[in-house]
Unconditional design. Structure first.
Length: 440
């Protein structure tokens, strides 16, 4: 923000954010749009050139390499829509030729619908002359004070109190970087109270927040403040992930009573076959978390899944939880027409918007479950953005469950033949409280 102006404070609040133990997402992102109507006063020539969704028979290219996907990187921006994002006012955010753009409207943010805690973040940005913008980290939906409600990584010219690379109101870089209207790249690391940032490969920020206003979790927000701004190639890798499977034995896991599936460790993976349904569940329980795992389906359109926030399994109730579906089938050679909800769907609740994984190939699932909001990425591409608006119920099959529950792997039927590996999880903290909660 510019000296003398509160960047966060001028944001107009159109949707309130209630904080009851965790950040609340009002509802999932609106239907993905690749275009925007001309703004008042714009000429027809100014109408954006849309970025069409990929054809139904292809897997979208996220820009991530296979190695990066295996390391846990996900794409926050799919390159063709605002799926997984939500604005907090009427700024004209839109996608044009693979770029998120904004140029008109009162200052405001475009925010991820999922909150994140500890992560690496990479993104490209481009500023018009005299533009003042920012990348908001761990922010509330409608921040008012950059020293309390967010960490604002400033993106601006050199005429401001907090030049590009500074955290507004918290840390000013020692030497301002030259202003540029070219594409530039930030690589940011947010871990506990520590913030590091490199601009175009050069470190510009290394800051530890020791204040009473530390924040542990929040949304990621793109800011439109003064002047036109563009963003592209926005990627995130979760940090502080703990291993759930050691690759040697099934320590920390137990077979649910009554299961008729076989779970065994083969070549540092969990191999699952079945006569009938069966489940292998964690001994520990989790409520708000980010989970990642890789799976391979050794057959055509096999059915399995990851259950979460599940009631402890019994012989009469083996799988009462939410389910991230595994089923790589799709209809009419069109990946936007999944069979049986599609890999990455929340089964019986919502379908995956596109099947992006193949049978006989390893694929990585990323699940962010926070309060009533659930998001899923497959191989780094977001396929599900869902809000559970049902009435509360202890059983997720019947209603909203926020309480901690088990994570389990499913054996489905006699065709079941899958391998799982690299299962890991990071607990997500509740909405930020005083400094004692930071740095866990």
């Amino acid at each position: 923000m510019r000296s003398g102006k509160l960047t966060c404070g001028v944001l107009s609040m159109f949707i309130s954010l209630s904080l009851a133990g965790c950040l609340k997402v009002e509802h999932p992102s609106p239907p993905a749009k690749t275009n925007a109507e001309p703004q008042v006063g714009e000429s027809p020539e100014a109408k954006p050139k849309p970025s069409p969704a990929p054809p139904g028979d292809v897997i979208p290219d996220t820009g991530l390499t296979k190695a990066e996907i295996e390391e846990g990187w996900i794409a926050l921006f799919d390159g063709h829509s605002l799926y997984g994002w939500k604005p907090n006012n009427d700024v004209n955010w839109h996608v044009e030729e693979g770029v998120i753009k904004a140029s008109t409207g009162e200052p405001g943010l475009l925010l991820t619908t999922s909150p994140f805690a500890d992560y690496e973040l990479r993104f490209d940005f481009k500023l018009a002359p005299d533009t003042n913008s920012g990348m908001f980290l761990r922010t509330t939906f409608d921040p008012k004070d950059p020293t309390k409600d967010c960490y604002e990584l400033n993106l601006c010219d050199t005429k401001t109190e907090f030049p590009t690379g500074s955290l507004v109101g918290r840390s000013k870089i020692k030497e301002a970087v030259p202003a540029s209207t070219d594409w530039q790249t930030f690589h940011v690391r947010v871990e506990g109270p520590q913030f590091q940032a490199s601009l175009n490969g050069k470190e510009v920020l290394n800051f530890k927040d020791t204040s009473e206003n530390q924040r542990d979790i929040g949304f990621i927000g793109l800011q439109k403040n003064e002047g036109a701004v563009k963003f592209r190639n926005i990627y995130l890798k979760p940090l502080r992930m703990m291993t759930l499977f050691n690759g040697v034995d099934l320590a920390g896991w137990q077979v649910v009573p009554g299961s008729q599936s076989k779970f065994e460790v083969v070549d540092k993976t969990i191999h699952v076959t079945a006569e009938k349904q069966g489940y292998l569940e964690t001994e520990d329980t989790f409520d708000n978390f980010l989970f990642q795992a890789s799976a391979k389906s050794n057959g055509e359109a096999l059915n399995s899944g990851y259950f979460f926030r599940a009631i402890k399994g019994t012989e009469s109730g083996m799988a009462n939880g939410y389910e991230v579906q595994i089923h790589n089938g799709f209809k009419d050679n069109d990946r936007t027409k999944p069979e049986n909800a599609g890999t990455g769907a929340i089964f019986r609740r919502t379908e995956a918007r596109r099947v992006v994984s193949n049978d006989h190939e390893w694929f990585t699932t990323t699940l962010n479950a926070y309060g009533s909001h659930i998001a899923v990425w497959i191989d780094g591409y977001q396929v599900t953005d869902w809000e559970d608006t049902r009435k509360p119920d202890d059983n997720p099959r019947k209603g909203l469950r926020l309480k901690a529950g088990h994570i389990s792997l499913q054996g489905h039927d006699p065709t079941t033949d899958l391998n799982f590996k690299d299962l890991k999880l990071s607990n997500l903290p509740g909405e930020s409280s005083p400094a004692a909660e930071s740095g866990k």
